[in-house]
Ligand binder design. Structure first.
Ligand code: FES
Length: 100
């Protein structure tokens, strides 16, 4: 497999930082199924917000925000750097902060 097809996801949580290699185009849910991460999921439909993450670097490497995610983020008055990881595909290197 071509190494170009992979990207690096760095997750900061409670003062630690862990890096993962992940295939481009897959979502955070796939990353978390294969690895123990601090990201939790529940509804997986942009309805509960438990999967929210703060994007520190590489926001341009995430899939665009769709209407259902934007509606939830607006209702939560989320910061512009926050995303619902259940709604997000990873297209390149990214660093996120998980605070929940
Ligand atoms: S798991 Fe509920 S909004 Fe993502």
């Amino acid at each position: 497999m071509n190494p170009v097809d992979f990207c690096k996801i760095t997750i900061q949580h409670e003062g630690t930082e862990t890096a993962y290699t992940h295939r481009k185009g897959l979502g955070f849910q796939a990353l978390c199924m294969k690895n123990k991460t601090p990201i939790d999921f529940d509804c997986r439909q942009a309805d509960c917000g438990i999967c929210i993450v703060n994007v520190l670097e590489g926001g341009e490497n995430l899939s665009p925000v769709k209407e259902t995610e934007q509606d939830f983020l607006n209702a939560m008055r989320a910061d512009p750097t926050e995303r619902l990881s259940c709604q997000t595909r990873i297209l390149g290197d990214v660093k996120i902060l998980v605070e929940i």
